[in-house]
Design a protein around this ligand. Structure first.
Ligand SMILES: Cc1cc2nc3c(=O)[nH]c(=O)nc-3n(C[C@H](O)[C@H](O)[C@H](O)COP(=O)(O)O)c2cc1C
Length: 198
């Protein structure tokens, strides 16, 4: 197959969901004839590439500390690349109406007639604009080519005590946050197909 450029995929993942989304992105790109360099944040330096896919779970509205360090450390080298950001999380509502780049939210987040949470603070901190405000501050001057929020995976029994406590409180206040594996590989694949241009 004719080679169509080189892409890097860098991800971080605590419990496998974001790693799994990253693997799907990798196989999708490979299937399109793109050479892929795939690694976890902190494992190596930024390779030569035209496109870079950067993925992290959302934790308390932010990316992981490892991904934060990666972004801060490499932000100047990202300016001349096409940057795609992808995240897995358990709840986000799409509140962005105007944006310079496409922001995709997994259709699983748009549950009709969802019950209202008891806390306005939780609603305000689980939106695409809230997450992006913090994430984009880490890479000033970079407009991503595309951003995606995929519904990920949660198993509170697997978490260390502090995380388990935090997530159980979150589940009590936000009915949308539930244990389960919601990552749909076909959704990830379609997102890649929709945004890769040659
Ligand atoms: C400590 C902690 C904080 C989290 N905070 C959020 C959050 O703010 N918003 C959200 O939608 N999901 C949140 N989640 C859920 C994760 O984003 C979700 O489970 C993700 O798919 C995990 O990805 P991973 O398996 O790659 O670590 C949190 C999970 C943990 C453990």
């Amino acid at each position: 197959m004719e080679k169509r450029g080189k892409a890097a995929i860098v991800y971080d993942s605590g419990y496998g969901a974001t790693a799994s989304a990253a693997k799907t992105i990798s196989s999708t790109l490979t299937g399109l004839g793109i050479d892929v360099i795939f690694f976890q944040a902190g494992q190596r330096d930024l390779p030569e590439c035209d496109r870079i896919f950067i993925g992290s779970p959302i934790r308390l509205g932010r990316c992981t500390p490892e991904m934060k360090s990666f972004l801060i450390h490499h932000s100047d080298k990202l300016v001349d690349k096409k940057v795609f950001l992808f995240f897995t999380c358990m709840n986000v509502s799409s509140d962005i109406t105007h944006c310079d780049f496409p922001v995709f939210a997994d259709p699983q987040f748009r549950e009709p007639n969802k019950p209202k949470t008891r806390s306005g603070l939780m609603e305000a901190t689980h939106t695409t604009s809230y997450y992006l405000k913090h994430l984009l501050k880490l890479i000033p001057g970079i407009a991503p080519a595309a951003v995606a929020f995929f519904k990920g995976r949660l198993d509170t029994d697997q978490l260390p005590p502090l995380y388990r406590f935090i997530m159980r409180i979150a589940m009590l206040t936000m009915p949308e946050i539930q244990n389960g594996d919601f990552l749909k590989h076909e959704t990830v694949e379609s997102w890649v197909h929709a945004h890769i241009d040659f």
